[in-house]
Design a protein around this ligand. Structure first.
Ligand code: SAM
Length: 218
C-alpha cells in the first residue's frame, strides 16, 4: 500500500464533525477531543476508503483486525487521564491510531503487537507521520517487564480476565484500562493500583473488541 499523507479541507472538515459527534456521545475531556481533532485518521486507510475514515465505526485493516471505533478510542483514552510524559504501555498496536492519540496527549508510548504483518506496517507508517513510539513485536498479554513500571496500561483487545502480571507492572497510582468478557462482548474495566498490594476496580460500559490472544489471554 502506498501511504499518502495528504490532509485537505474535506478531511479536516470531516474530522471536526467527528469531534462534535464524540462530544454529543459523552466524551468531555477537551484534551482528548483536541487529539482526535488533530490526528488524521484517514492516513490509516487506503485512499479508496478515505470517505469511511471519519465515520464513528471500526474498520478492517487486514489480517482479520480492525482500527478501533473513534468513540472507543476516545472512551479508553479519557479513562487513562494521561498527563505529559506519562509512560504508557499499549497492548495491541493495530493500526497505531490509538498510539498517535496517546502521543498527542504527551505520553511516552511503549506499544506491542503480536501479528508481524500489522507490526511491520505500523512501524513504517507512524514515524512517517512524525510519531516516534517504542514498538515491540510479541505477546503483550504478559506486558513488557523489561520496561516496567508504567504510569498507565491500555489493552485494545478483549481479554477473558485481568492478567495479574499487568497489574504488577503498574506504578502505585497507575491505571489499567482493559475490556474483559467473552468472545462477543466485554465490559470496560479500570483498575487503579492504590498501594503495593491494593487495587480499586471499576466496571463500566459494554464494548465489542477482537480477542486478546496469548499466554495471559484467549
Ligand atoms: N487501537 C488499535 C487501533 O486504533 O488501530 C486497534 C487495535 S485492534 C482492535 C487489537 C489489536 O490487538 C490487533 O492488532 C491484534 O493483533 C492485537 N493483539 C491481540 N492479542 C494481542 C497480544 N496478546 N499482544 C499484542 N497484541 C495483541
Amino acid at each position: 500500500m502506498a501511504y499518502k499523507f495528504i490532509d485537505n479541507y474535506r478531511e479536516k472538515g470531516a474530522r471536526k464533525k467527528l469531534v462534535e459527534l464524540l462530544r454529543e456521545r459523552g466524551i468531555t475531556d477537551e484534551n482528548v477531543l483536541k487529539a482526535i481533532g488533530k490526528v488524521p485518521r484517514h492516513f490509516f486507510f487506503d485512499e479508496t476508503f478515505w470517505n469511511q475514515a471519519y465515520r464513528d465505526i471500526a474498520f478492517p485493516i487486514g489480517d482479520g483486525q480492525t482500527i478501533s471505533q473513534p468513540y472507543t478510542v476516545a472512551y479508553q483514552t479519557e479513562l487513562l487521564h494521561i498527563t505529559k510524559d506519562d509512560k504508557v504501555l499499549e497492548i495491541g498496536t493495530g493500526s497505531g491510531y490509538q498510539t498517535c492519540i496517546l502521543m498527542e496527549l504527551g505520553a511516552n508510548v511503549y506499544t506491542i503487537e503480536r501479528q508481524a504483518n500489522i507490526y511491520n506496517r505500523t512501524l513504517k507508517v507512524l514515524p512517517g507521520m512524525g510519531y516516534m513510539a517504542n514498538f515491540f513485536l510479541g505477546d503483550g498479554s504478559k506486558g513488557i517487564a523489561e520496561h516496567a513500571p508504567y504510569d498507565k496500561i491500555i489493552v485494545t483487545a478483549g481479554a477473558p480476565f485481568v492478567p495479574e502480571i499487568l497489574l504488577k507492572q503498574l506504578k502505585i497510582g497507575g491505571i489499567l484500562v482493559i475490556p474483559v468478557g467473552d468472545e462477543k462482548t466485554q465490559k470496560m474495566i479500570t483498575v487503579i493500583r492504590v498501594s503495593e498490594n491494593d487495587y480499586d476496580k471499576i466496571e463500566l460500559d459494554t464494548f465489542r473488541f477482537v480477542p486478546l490472544v496469548g499466554d495471559q489471554a484467549w
